[in-house]
Design a protein around this ligand. Structure first.
Ligand code: TYD
Length: 234
């Protein structure tokens, strides 16, 4: 069985990844390739517990190195439990955030540097690389506004507190933003950058175009067949 495909979605908090990943999954399902959808941090029972500690505002004192180690612990578990088994059985995995997030947030935002992150990725994740990364970068202001409003709403409705990152200063997010752009410039083959304040439909169209192109370049007949349906909307 040929290996499946790992497709990751990346971007700032509030960039609309969650909406887009759902629409992309529906687009694929309609074309006969049901993807495995997962997210980081989280996506496994152990990962959900790590996620709760990482995102809770009460973890304010978490040291940057501890934060990075927890992101990698979560990822190692997700690779072992979900991602690698799915790839080994020829599936497409759609992953909401992966190591580019660690490079952008911990490497850039927390200023730990790219080298440490990439070295840990080699050691802990066996250097597993996405086949395609869709990087959503609307303007910094629009993303932050949306993320902070969303978090306030979630806390008011459910009492869940996942606001630790949203409480960071704009200078932190400026560094995350710049690191994401640096990654896109370094790896243009893998990373498709979708920039600007576009509508949900416009972003979806660009995503589908990039995915269709990637699917058409693999030898699996069912993936190629899915790509021929082009950019038609779900
Ligand atoms: P999440 O609610 O998943 O955010 P979003 O829906 O915007 O993707 O929260 C994940 C948070 O964790 C987000 O602020 C980014 C951060 N993060 C890191 O700092 N490093 C990482 O490696 C990952 C995967 C996420």
């Amino acid at each position: 069985m040929p290996r499946g495909l790992l497709i990751t979605l990346e971007g700032l908090d509030g960039s609309g990844k969650t909406t887009q990943i759902k629409r992309l999954a529906a687009w694929m399902q309609k074309r006969g390739v049901a993807p495995v959808v997962t997210r980081q941090p989280g996506g496994t029972a152990t990962g959900d517990r790590i996620r709760a500690s990482l995102l809770d505002s009460r973890s304010a004192e978490l040291a940057p190195m501890a934060e990075m180690a927890m992101m990698f612990a979560d990822r190692a578990q997700a690779i072992a439990e979900v991602i690698q088994p799915a790839l080994d059985t020829g599936k497409i995995v759609l992953c909401d955030r992966f190591t580019d997030s660690t490079e952008a947030y911990q490497g850039g935002g927390r200023a730990l540097g790219s080298e440490t992150v990439l070295e840990l990725h080699r050691l802990i994740c066996g250097d597993l690389q996405p086949d395609l990364t869709l990087l959503l970068l609307p303007s910094l202001e629009a993303s932050l506004d949306r993320a902070r409003r969303r978090n306030e709403r979630a806390t008011a409705q459910t009492g869940a507190d996942e606001g630790r990152f949203e409480q960071e200063k704009d200078t932190f997010y400026r560094r995350v933003w710049e690191k994401y752009r640096e990654i896109a410039a370094r790896e243009p083959e893998r990373v498709v950058l979708i920039e600007g304040d576009l509508s949900i439909d416009e972003v979806h169209e660009q995503i589908v175009e990039a995915v269709a192109m990637r699917l058409s370049s693999v030898s699996r007949p069912e993936f190629r067949a899915a790509s021929f349906s082009g950019t038609a909307q779900v």
